[in-house]
Design a protein around this ligand. Structure first.
Ligand code: M6R
Length: 614
């Protein structure tokens, strides 16, 4: 979490930093700040404010500063409350170095004590300030800033990325990465560094993804990278990203989340056209022969991820089990890594992640790899750490997702995982050519069917209007739509702050049924499926207890429509594809609930898009 950016070049640095921070704000919005070097006065200009970037922008106003080097930060608080004092950038005791930080310096308390004994004064409660002070101690001894960083880093434990510069050296920005992401943007007579590419897209699409333990030295005309791991200068590949600025802007929508929901049919179309060849077979350009050979023989699948991606993993695991006949286990990354998991070379570990930077998922990946498992990442952000460290990666091609609540990235994960299940089914000879062909034919209808659901938005709105003051919601589903129940509940709570619980419908009578009365809304996800009749029985049980039923079912299901207080239908499709469609009304419902409650839809409280701390 936290978004960091640095710039050196010929442009006025303040607008570059502010614009970059606008793109990075989804990573945290507890405070924002910038530091730059005033070329005329040679002073360090520092501005920071508690709260969102808007507060900082207001403070800076039209302030005219002639500067071409600087760093910026948008914070998700870990150490120290959200306040002006704790906002980044932080400076060292000499006031020479300004530093922004993403991540955690774990041994900050011990280091702070040692420094305090040496009479170093601190002005914040952050671990970041400890980092810059340690670097400052080395810098004092008249080494270059690069040398100071190189010497200081081994003293700092934890996972973090730094971007910094010194008043003494107006021609250099230093960036360091350990686990948390940093990407360099290459320009002509200017260079950039940021937590992710969206901050760079207005200026360049030529980027370098830094590796762990890289120290990058940026000047206007050059970027050089030193690897602390290899103890030498290294060359890192330059990649051209295919995202564009427009994709990372609202384009007239009031919120990114709404825009991203409307992009879903196109995202699905794009995935299907990329992943299905002329013969109708699924193909993944990144899967090598050697990988395929191992994939053919794996004995178990572990689906490991967090939040929404975990729900996608549940759907994907169910499909892999059904079509490729491999047993699966799904677990959240934070649990997997601490349970000494029994995985080995005969297992496939699939990590699903939008950002490709989630700390727990990355740790799970490393754990799985260390035990010899075959590791496949399903990732949206190209070049992210998880994408690079996995044995193979399949990109979900959803484009940049800015809203904190994941929508289009989720359906992209679902579509990709279903294709993977069919691919594995064919590879392992568990899925016949004919059955595969039928599935693909049906899959190709899904983008248009999703578009049809999106046209119903007025109806979702009026349903939300009836319920937006309620504080408790229950979501029920079965089979492929049990994860949809979990996802619907997560979406609702994260952006509307209403309490919502997702449950397997069959479990209702083992506890949650006690909640049902005339004031309890229950969202029942009941498309045509193997367990449709069981779902209907569950809904009857809710009706018998006077509960409020909001149902999502397949068009034409009059029985369900009659029982429900509100009924939303999806077009006819097989159960396996239904989660892609049933989630759309739930996204809309949550969105409207959030809007009606006056919530900050794209930046819900306490959250950050990319969770890069444990
Ligand atoms: O980037 P990732 O997919 O690894 O992120 C995982 C979760 O943090 C993420 O899905 C989170 O739950 C979303 N905010 C849900 O909308």
């Amino acid at each position: 979490m936290c978004g960091i950016i640095g710039y050196i070049g010929y442009r006025d640095v303040v607008p570059v930093l502010i614009q970059g921070l606008e793109q990075l704000e989804y990573r945290g919005y507890d405070s924002a700040g910038i530091a730059c070097l005033d070329s005329r006065k040679g002073n360090l200009f520092l501005a920071k404010e508690k709260g969102k970037l808007a507060a900082l922008k207001e403070k800076i106003g039209d302030f005219n500063i002639d500067s071409h080097i600087g760093v910026g930060h948008t914070r998700w608080a870990t150490h120290g409350e959200p306040s002006r004092e704790n906002a980044h950038p932080h400076t060292d005791f000499s006031g020479q170095i300004a530093l922004v930080h993403n991540g955690i310096v774990e041994n900050y308390a011990t280091l702070k004590k040692t420094l305090q004994k040496k009479k170093v004064r601190f002005t914040s409660q952050t671990d970041t300030e400890v980092g810059v002070q340690v670097i400052g101690r080395f810098y004092k001894k008249k080494t270059s800033l690069f040398q100071a960083v190189k010497q200081a880093i081994p003293q700092l434990r934890g996972f973090f990325a730094f971007v910094l510069f010194s008043k003494d050296d107006p021609e250099t920005i230093i960036a360091y990465k350990r686990s948390n992401p940093l990407v360099i943007g290459l320009g002509q007579g200017e260079n950039f560094v940021a937590s992710d590419v969206t901050a760079l897209l207005s200026y360049t699409r030529r980027v370098i993804y830094l590796e762990d333990e890289d120290i990058a030295v940026l000047t206007r005309n050059k970027v050089t990278v030193y690897s602390l791991k290899r103890h030498s200068w290294v060359s890192r590949p330059v990649t051209t990203v295919n995202w564009n600025v427009a994709q990372a802007q609202k384009q007239g929508f009031p919120h990114f989340m709404l825009k991203e929901m409307y992009e879903q049919p196109e995202v699905l179309r794009n995935i299907l056209s990329k992943r299905i060849d002329r013969q109708g077979e699924v193909y993944f350009d990144t899967i090598t022969k050697a990988f395929r050979k191992r994939l053919k023989k794996i004995e178990r699948v572990f689906m490991i991820s967090c939040g929404t991606a975990y729900h996608a993993g549940l759907v994907g695991g169910t499909a892999i089990q059904q079509y490729a006949r491999v047993p699966y286990q799904a677990q959240v990354s934070s649990e997997f890594r601490y349970t000494n998991p029994m995985v080995g070379p005969e297992d496939l570990v699939v990590l699903v992640t939008q950002s490709g930077e989630t700390a727990d998922t990355l740790a799970a990946l490393r754990e799985a790899k260390s035990k010899g498992a075959l590791v496949l990442a399903i990732v949206n952000v190209v070049g992210s750490t998880i994408a690079r460290e996995a044995d193979s990666v399949i990109y979900t091609h959803a484009g940049p997702e800015i809203g904190v609540a994941s929508t289009k990235a989720y359906v992209a994960q679902l579509a990709t995982l279903l294709l993977l299940a069919f691919y594995m089914g064919r590879l392992r000879r568990k899925l016949s050519r004919d059955a595969h062909r039928t599935l693909i034919r049906e899959f190709k209808k899904i983008p248009d069917q999703a578009a049809k659901i999106l046209k119903e938005h007025k109806r979702f709105e009026s349903c939300a209007k009836k319920h937006y003051t309620r504080r408790n919601f229950l979501f029920l589903g079965r089979g492929y739509n049990f994860p949809t129940a979990l996802e619907g509940a997560l979406k609702l709570k994260e952006i509307s702050y209403a309490h919502a619980h997702g449950y397997a419908a069959g479990e209702m009578k083992h506890g949650p049924i006690a909640l049902i009365d005339h004031e309890q809304p229950v969202i029942c996800i009941a498309p045509d499926s193997l367990t449709y009749e069981k779902m209907i029985s569950n809904i009857q049980e809710i009706c018998a207890r006077d509960g409020i039923v909001i149902a999502i079912g397949t068009e034409g299901r009059k029985d369900l429509e009659k029982m429900a207080d509100d009924f939303f239908c999806i077009p006819k499709t097989s159960e396996v594809f239904s989660p892609i469609l049933t989630v759309i009304p739930l996204q809309f419902f949550s969105y409207q609930m959030a809007v009606l409650n006056g919530r900050d839809v794209d930046q819900p409280r306490n959250l950050a898009k990319s969770v890069t701390v444990e």
